[in-house]
Ligand binder design. Structure first.
Ligand SMILES: [Mg+2]
Length: 361
């Protein structure tokens, strides 16, 4: 039976977190060394301690901001997603042990530094956070598409952009792929100023937006590829062709697509491993068995496969062993509640009040 909206939304986040944690132990390890350590098939299961990394942490903070944006739009008729995203990422920066008092633009910073996601211990782990994100956020300035903050095309933008496909303020799932694309670009451009720092994030958001609404990854790609610039599509077309009969080998990933340290390669590898994956585990394992940025490629691949196959398709042992799975699932369920039930702000509604209290400052 095809998964419903709840299963797909939770699956997008939870499979992303599982892929992140699968790939984390081998992020800086070559495929030769991966095979030496774990056998000819490479990594075949989730290793202790089952920690997800900054990819999932920042994805959850993206969700926090965009939930807030949707609720502000409902309550006031207006919202500023970039402002809310930047504030949410400053909250993440605080979890990484950085001082943010000077970066917060108004005096009442107490609310900003407590409550909601920031109280969650698993989000305070320091798991190889991206240098570009730390530096860009530490400047106190939010980059935008038209005013790039730097020239980085690292994959730290695309790795956190999936919620932009779920939470386009005011839009129904599947109805606004161009808006999801634009929002995904805005999410990434806050810290990544190169075109390939943010366009892959736009494409990921559009794909998630369409897949959660019921399109297969291949159908969603056909529909969304026209939103992306030609030089990005050249690589993603190659990725979809490479993965058309199943996830490619580590050697094919390396020679055709790259290592995934930069945005366009990370999305391409995740696409190749998800577009015709026979099942969730096969796709996720392919996305983390290569010489490169395996936690990010695993995370993005999980976002795509989870949106398609739903949370129930994830290996139960991996979910049980994922440290922080309860939190990731809870955020996914809150997003789903927001999308499915649309609790109104204009009459007293406990569901609306609970979500509004919980997500963001
Ligand atoms: Mg990471």
């Amino acid at each position: 039976m095809a998964p419903g909206t709840l299963g797909r939304v939770v699956g997008c986040l939870l499979a992303g977190a599982v892929g992140d944690a699968l790939g984390a132990p081998v992020e800086f390890v070559s495929i030769d060394d991966i095979r030496q350590r774990y056998g000819p098939d490479g990594l075949t299961t989730l290793l202790p301690p089952g920690h997800f990394t900054d990819d999932t942490q920042m994805t959850l903070f993206t969700a926090e901001a965009l939930l807030r944006a949707g609720m502000e739009l409902e309550a006031t008729g207006a919202c500023n997603p970039v402002h809310l995203l930047h504030r949410s990422y400053l909250r993440w920066l605080l979890t990484q042990g950085r001082e943010i008092g000077d970066l917060w633009p108004d005096a009442d910073s107490e609310a900003a530094m407590s409550g909601g996601l920031i109280s969650e211990a698993v989000l305070h782990r320091v798991e190889a956070p991206g240098i570009t994100c730390l530096g860009a956020l530490g400047s106190g300035v939010a980059g935008t598409i038209s005013t790039p903050i730097n020239d980085s095309k690292g994959c730290g933008g695309v790795m956190r952009a999936a919620p932009a496909g779920l939470l386009v303020p005011g839009a129904e799932l599947g109805a606004a792929p161009a808006e999801a694309y634009h929002l995904g670009c805005e999410v990434a451009a806050i810290t990544h100023g190169h075109r390939f720092g943010f366009h892959p994030a736009g494409l990921l958001a559009a794909l998630v937006h369409l897949i959660v609404a019921g399109a297969s990854p291949a159908e969603a790609y056909e529909q969304a590829r026209g939103l992306a610039p030609d030089d990005l599509v050249e690589l993603t077309d190659a990725a979809v062709a490479l993965g058309a009969s199943g996830p490619p080998s580590p050697e094919a990933i390396a020679s055709e697509l790259g290592a995934g340290w930069v945005g366009e390669e990370a999305l391409a590898i995740a696409l190749a491993c998800s577009v015709a994956a026979p099942d969730m585990s096969t796709g996720l394992l392919a996305s983390v068995n290569h010489s490169g940025d395996t936690d990010s490629t695993g995370s993005i691949c999980g976002n795509l496969l989870g949106s398609h196959l739903g949370a129930e398709a994830i290996d139960r042992r991996w979910v049980a062993e994922l440290d922080g799975a309860v939190l990731v699932r809870a955020v996914g369920m809150d997003i789903a509640q927001w999308l499915i039930e649309r609790p109104p702000a204009d009459i007293p509604d406990e569901r609306f009040a609970r979500l509004f209290r919980l997500y963001g400052a």
